[in-house]
Write a protein that binds this ligand. Structure first.
Ligand SMILES: [Zn+2]
Length: 247
């Protein structure tokens, strides 16, 4: 269900006070993730870092990870007085390459599909992912119920490709942390797995977040140029753990 992303959302202090995550099983990183690099598929440049940047950093000393970024995120600042959408697209591609580098992912393992931001071609994406996935390979992507239309479209296309190929779908929430509250009945917490991040992974993730200048800082003084990821939003992505939903 697509939900309006407005207001301040649920505060990180509320999530930190919630005891449930400590009871979730820990995701086993010893199996498929060590033999074939997981394919991380995200709608916008920065979702890979916000959602699973720590996981990606922790995989870097094994099989690594490959990153597929579906759009260039050129619609992040409609009406910007500083950048045209095409300029933002170039900036955001470059930011993701820098950020992924800080997670140990080389530029050659980062792919940009260039779908229109807000206009993802779901069948074409499902076909493209089907060509990249193999049985048992992890496909790590935004949750189909995340509340943002692009996040849900990418999750659906990835789920479709996993069904066709026998790959394993792991979905992560991004905007769910904004609109949901602890024990929210529409969120499949029973499928949640926790990824406990090492100190090194947490610092790599923070360094990667810092690469997204166009999102964490205002582009200029106009309201249309405000930061997309202000501190209260970023706070949700500095936890000592990450969350995925398993099939
Ligand atoms: Zn996004």
């Amino acid at each position: 269900m697509v939900r309006p992303i407005v207001d301040a959302g649920t505060g990180e202090e509320t999530w930190r006070a919630w005891p449930a995550p400590a009871t979730w099983p820990v995701l086993d990183l010893a199996g498929p993730a060590r033999t074939a690099p997981p394919l991380v598929v995200v709608p916008h440049p920065d979702d890979e870092v916000l959602g699973v940047g720590g996981l990606v950093a922790m995989l870097a000393d094994g099989a690594g990870a490959e990153i597929t970024v579906v759009t260039d995120g050129e619609a992040s600042h409609p009406g910007s007085t500083v950048y045209a959408p095409a300029e933002l697209a170039g900036i955001r591609r470059a930011e993701t390459v820098t950020a992924c580098g800080r997670l140990g992912v080389p530029a050659s393992a980062v792919e940009h599909l260039g779908h229109p931001d807000g206009g993802i071609d779901e069948p074409a994406l499902a076909d493209a992912l089907t060509a990249r996935l193999t049985p048992g390979r992890w496909c790590v992507t935004t949750w189909r119920g995340d509340g943002h239309p692009d996040h849900e479209a990418v999750g659906r296309a990835a789920a479709d490709a996993c069904r066709r190929t026998g790959a394993t779908l792991l979905e992560f929430p991004v905007w769910t942390w904004h609109w949901a509250e602890p024990d929210e009945p529409d969120v499949p917490w029973h499928r949640a797995r926790r990824i406990d991040l090492t100190v090194a992974a947490r610092s790599a993730k923070q360094a990667a977040i810092d690469a997204f200048h166009s999102q964490i800082r205002p582009l200029g003084p106009a309201p249309a140029d405000a930061a997309i990821l202000p501190p209260h939003v970023l706070a949700r992505f500095t936890r000592p753990y990450e969350t995925v939903f398993v099939p």
